[in-house]
Design a protein. Structure first.
Length: 370
C-alpha cells in the first residue's frame, strides 16, 4: 500500500465516455476499520459536451484527521525501539470510490484504499507517492551524547525515523567504530518506527541501511554523536517533508528574548486640582508577552541546509530545552519557526557551517486560555 502526501494536491480525474458528470466518495479513518458511510461526497457536472473531464483535489479534506501528539504529550519516545508500528495519530487511511454520472444515474468505476501522511512534494518533483522507502532524507546527522545523562532523556536521544517496509525488508545498524552489525527484519508490511541509533551504539554512533528484500541497499544514513562540553543542547522535533517526525540538535549558543504587548488608556484624575502624582495619567491593561529563542546548530556539513529547509517548511515543531523548566520540569513545548529565510551554506565556500534560527513559543507567557 503506497502513501500519498497531503500537503501537495492529490488530483482525481474522471474521464469516461458519455458521462454528464461524476462523483467521488471519500472514507477517512485513523484507527479501527473503514466507516460505513463516507465523510465526504463530492460531485460535479462536466464543463461542456466537448470537455467532459472532471477533477477533484482530495488532499484538503484529510488535514483535520491528523493529531500530531508525539511522545512530547505523555507518550514514550522510541529511543530503544525497532520495527514498531507507526503511531495512528499521523497517518490517515482512506478509501476512494469513483463514479461516473449519465443523466442522473451513477455507476461505480473503481474503489481504492491507501494512506495519507502530512508531507509534500516539491514543485519540480510533480506528483509522487511513497512506497517502500525511509521517511527521512539520506545523509549524515549529529546527535548530542552525554555519558553523564541517562539514555532515556530527550537531550541524549538521537531520535527515530519511520520507514515504509515490505515484510522481508531489513534495517541494518553498523557501529561506526567497531563495525559490529545488527539486523532487524520487518515482521509485517507497513510504516514502522526505528531508533536512529541502536542503543548499544549510542556512544560511538552507527550507519543505518535500508535493505529492500533483505539484500538491495536503498537508503543509507549516518548518525554520529557529539559531546558538547560548554552549552546545553536543544532538541527540535518537526514534521518533515514526508509527514514523519524528524529531529535536529542545536548544540551551541542560545539566547532568549521577551517581548511584551499591552493596550493603554488615559485615566481620569481622582481629585482636582491636587492630583496625586503616584496615580500617573496612563494605565496599561490586556498585558501579555511572547518569548523567542535563538539557537545555533554548531559546525555541521553541507547537507544540513536541506534539513533546515524542511524545518522551515514544517507546520508542526516541538522544542525541548533542558534548561527551560515548567513547574520544575523540562517539557517539550510547541514553537513556530520565526526565521523566514535561509542562506544555504557550502563547505567549499565557507570552511565552517553554522545555522542560526529563531523560534517563537506558540503561546502567550500569561495563561489566557478561555
Amino acid at each position: 500500500m503506497s502513501i500519498t502526501l497531503s500537503r501537495s494536491p492529490y488530483i482525481i480525474e474522471i474521464d469516461e465516455t458519455g458521462q454528464t458528470g461524476s462523483k467521488i466518495e471519500l472514507f477517512l479513518w485513523t484507527t479501527g476499520s473503514q466507516p460505513a458511510s463516507p465523510q465526504y461526497t463530492l460531485s460535479k457536472k462536466i464543463p461542456a459536451s466537448n470537455n467532459i473531464k472532471t477533477y477533484y483535489n482530495i488532499s484538503p479534506y484529510v488535514k483535520e484527521y491528523y493529531s500530531f501528539t508525539n511522545w512530547a504529550n505523555g507518550g514514550t519516545e522510541p529511543y530503544n525501539s525497532y520495527d514498531l508500528d507507526i503511531s495512528t495519530n499521523y497517518i490517515v487511511n482512506y478509501t476512494l470510490k469513483q463514479y461516473k454520472e449519465v443523466s442522473g444515474t451513477y455507476t461505480l468505476l473503481s474503489t481504492t484504499t491507501s494512506q495519507f501522511m502530512d508531507g509534500y512534494n516539491y514543485y519540480m518533483e510533480g506528483f509522487d507517492t511513497i512506497n517502500n522507502t525511509v521517511l527521512l532524507s539520506e545523509g549524515r546527522y549529529f546527535y548530542n551524547y552525554d555519558s553523564g545523562v541517562g539514555t532515556s532523556l530527550p537531550q541524549t536521544m538521537a531520535g527515530s525515523f519511520d520507514v515504509h517496509l515490505a515484510a522481508t525488508d531489513v534495517i541494518r545498524y553498523t557501529n561506526l567504530v567497531t563495525g559490529v552489525v545488527n539486523n532487524f527484519t520487518a515482521t509485517t508490511a507497513g510504516v514502522k518506527t526505528f531508533s536512529r541509533v541502536y542503543l548499544p551504539n549510542l556512544s560511538q554512533g552507527n550507519k543505518v541501511e535500508y535493505l529492500a528484500g533483505g539484500s538491495a541497499v536503498r537508503w543509507t544514513g549516518y548518525f554520529e554523536p557529539q559531546c558538547e562540553p560548554k552549552y546545553t543542547p536543544v532538541a527540535v522535533d518537526f514534521i518533515n517533508r514526508y509527514g514523519s517526525w524528524a529531529r535536529i540538535f542545536f548544540q551551541k549558543a542560545k539566547t532568549r528574548n521577551i517581548s511584551v504587548q499591552a493596550d493603554n488608556y488615559k485615566v481620569n484624575p481622582s481629585a482636582l486640582p491636587y492630583v496625586p502624582t503616584s496615580e500617573g495619567q496612563v494605565k496599561e491593561f490586556n498585558k501579555n508577552g511572547k518569548e523567542t529563542i535563538k539557537l545555533n546548530t554548531g559546525w555541521v556539513n553541507d547537507l544540513y541546509g536541506e534539513y533546515i529547509e524542511e524545518l522551515l517548511l514544517s507546520e508542526k515543531v516541538m522544542l525541548y530545552d533542558p534548561e527551560k523548566l515548567y513547574n520544575n520540569t523540562a517539557k517539550y513545548t510547541p514553537v513556530n519557526v520565526q526565521s523566514k529565510s535561509l542562506l544555504k551554506q557550502k563547505g567549499i565556500n565557507k570552511k565552517v557551517i553554522n545555522y542560526e534560527l529563531t523560534f517563537e513559543f506558540a503561546f502567550d507567557l500569561i495563561n489566557n486560555v478561555v
